[in-house]
Design a protein around this ligand. Structure first.
Ligand SMILES: C[S@@+](CC[C@H](N)C(=O)[O-])C[C@H]1O[C@@H](n2cnc3c(N)ncnc32)[C@H](O)[C@@H]1O
Length: 562
């Protein structure tokens, strides 16, 4: 590593260096058996990939004088390039080393290209989060990606554009081999990349590690190896323990995976046996949540602060209850247990929570109500978008009271809550009205029985991670959440309904893991028939994804505050 450079400086240019075993594996794969291959590392750092590529070309019998012509390394950091030159020379190798912002280098398809078409593009793109990846550099990188048809959002880290721009230097038969952060598979901003990968390449392979590979980077990585011209309809997937195991990977015995055409590929992060176990348990032994009832949005008011009222406000303006609908107050903090009852609603009313939703009768003329509507006008509420598109602005379209609430923004996991209060909700939760043929038992049983490891793993796979590590599930994603099917639900409920009070109390105390352990035993083991080991594997996988989701955000937060 170049002497005298501070850690913050290295982080700012995304300089985390690749272990040689990984660089050798990728260079070997990308060059295959072609001694004449032209190889580009677009962000070469201190030449670990160029060194590996040079060694491979030499092994294949490339002429020593030709190798420096075949290898190109780009980096914007001159001391790294100087070090690269020294390291290559010490090994009897050479390369064309170009000091430049890679995004300033035009592709071979454009006039003014200096690098030429490549057989292989290899490397470890800089990983600089969007907070640091700013200004002109970000603009150049975003337009380079756009030139290849990939519109990256403002949240994209720097590696994304390097991958896309790098691929534009490949011949139609060329090979790309890169170290990338595992967030490629999961984060929302990488969605255009996942779609593009399927279109751009004829074959895409991913290698995943069980253990972290980089001493100085927190990120989990994947190796992406892709070749040819697309589209492709399936990926090959390898799981290895660490870099030492790469030698055992043979490209001829891939494990095929068919990633979703849209959305996340989070389940690819799991070891194959757990993925298969999850699929088997959720498809064969469980059902989708929407087989009980479709998750729907709560009432969208356009201005919850105005349209939801406390009892104190109601009395202050003298608004009659006939102009209001009782609701579960905005937010979910007050919903710690398995049920939301009318008694709980009354408690919240006394506690000054916003338990009312404004829904005046159409011809209402009462003086207090009129004053409240004038207050809304003074606060410019009618100008809120949702208010402008309805007539009158002051009458939000209230959804009927659901049988279940669904907390769709959760730190730990989404929850179902039986709504025995008869009140409705605003859009801080989803609501589920059970299909008429669904026995009342589903309303009581699902909130408890959904606290099992298969459902929780399903939430991690189907949901999306948002800022603060929050897991968000839109109604469509919630609809496909795996929950126990009717027969197993009845069997498990019979065992657990007497314990409901106890388990509810444990949940309210925050001891959710004891509840999950008990539901796993009764539902997954006894009713569904998973073995102990299988239950533990699914629970560990759910924990792994949850920890990764929340930890990614902690790393994120640390980067922002740094
Ligand atoms: C993650 S390091 C990888 C270095 C080397 N390929 C390896 O794996 O050890 C990323 C390198 O990209 C360089 N870099 C960052 N942004 C760049 C850009 N826009 N153009 C060219 N190089 C860049 C940094 O200076 C750093 O050396």
């Amino acid at each position: 590593m170049t002497a005298n450079e501070s850690t913050p400086n290295r982080k700012a240019r995304g300089a985390f260096f690749t272990p040689p075993a990984i660089a050798e594996f990728l260079a070997r794969w990308a060059i295959a058996n072609d001694p004449g291959a032209r190889v580009l590392d677009p962000t070469c750092g201190e030449a670990v990939f160029l060194l590996a590529a040079g060694a491979r070309l030499r092994e294949l019998g490339a002429a020593p004088t030709a190798v420096p012509e075949q290898l190109t390394g780009v980096d914007l950091h001159q001391p790294s390039l100087d070090e690269s030159g020294r390291i290559l020379r010490a090994d009897g190798l050479g390369a064309r080393l170009v000091r430049s912002d890679f995004f300033e280098l035009v592709t071979p398809a454009q006039i003014g290209d200096a690098l030429g078409w490549q057989d292989a593009v290899i490397g470890n793109p800089p990983f600089v989060r969007y907070q640091q990846h700013r200004g002109d550099v970000r603009k150049r990188s975003a337009s380079a990606a756009l030139a290849q048809g990939v519109r990256l959002s403002g949240l994209a880290s720097s590696w994304a554009a390097t991958l896309v721009h790098g691929s534009a230097f490949l011949k139609p038969t060329g090979r790309l081999a890169m170290v990338l952060p595992a967030e490629l598979l999961t984060v929302h901003y990488a969605e255009p990349l996942r779609r593009w990968l399927r279109q751009r390449f004829q074959a895409v392979n991913l290698v995943m590690f069980e253990r972290l590979q980089f001493r100085d980077a927190e990120e989990q990585v994947v190796l992406l190896v892709a070749r040819g011209t697309g589209p492709c309809d399936s990926f090959c997937l390898f799981h290895v323990d660490d870099a030492d195991d790469l030698a055992e990977i043979h490209p001829l015995d891939p494990v095929g995976a068919n990633p979703a055409a849209e959305g996340k590929w989070s389940d690819l992060v799991l070891p194959l046996d757990v993925r298969q176990l999850f699929k088997r348990a959720s498809l064969e032994k469980m059902t989708r949540l929407d087989s009980y009832g479709t998750p729907e949005l709560g009432t969208v008011t356009g201005a919850n602060d105005y349209f939801t009222l406390s009892e104190v406000t109601r009395r202050k303006f003298g608004i009659s209850e006939k102009h209001l609908r009782p609701i579960s107050p905005p937010g979910t903090r007050h919903l710690k247990g398995l049920t939301f009852s009318r008694a709980r609603w009354e408690e919240l009313k006394l506690a000054g929570e916003r338990v009312w939703l404004l829904h005046p009768e159409r011809r209402a003329r009462a003086a207090g109500l009129k004053r409240y509507l004038e207050l809304g006008e003074a606060q410019k509420v009618p100008e809120a978008y949702k208010c402008t598109v309805r007539d009158p602005w002051w009458r939000p379209p209230v959804v009927p009271a659901p049988d279940l609430f669904f907390t769709y923004m959760s730190h730990r996991y989404p929850r179902l809550i039986a709504n025995t209060s008869g009140v409705t909700l605003v859009n801080s939760m989803h609501g589920i009205r059970l299909n008429p043929d669904m026995a009342a038992v589903a309303r009581d049983a699902l909130p408890l029985l959904a606290l099992n490891s298969v459902t929780m793993l399903g939430a991690e796979i189907l949901g999306r991670a948002y800022g603060g590590g929050i897991l968000k599930m839109e109604p469509r994603e919630a609809a496909s959440l795996p929950v126990p099917a009717s027969v197993e639900l009845h069997v498990a409920w019979k065992q657990l309904c007497d314990r409901r009070g106890c388990l509810d109390a444990a949940l309210r105390r925050g001891e959710w893991w004891t509840v999950v352990a008990e539901v796993d035993r009764v539902l997954l083991k006894d009713a569904i028939g998973l073995t102990n080991e299988e239950v533990v594997a699914v629970r560990d996988a759910a924990t792994l994804l949850r920890v990764r989701r929340t930890r990614q955000t902690e790393v994120h937060a640390a980067a922002t505050s740094a």
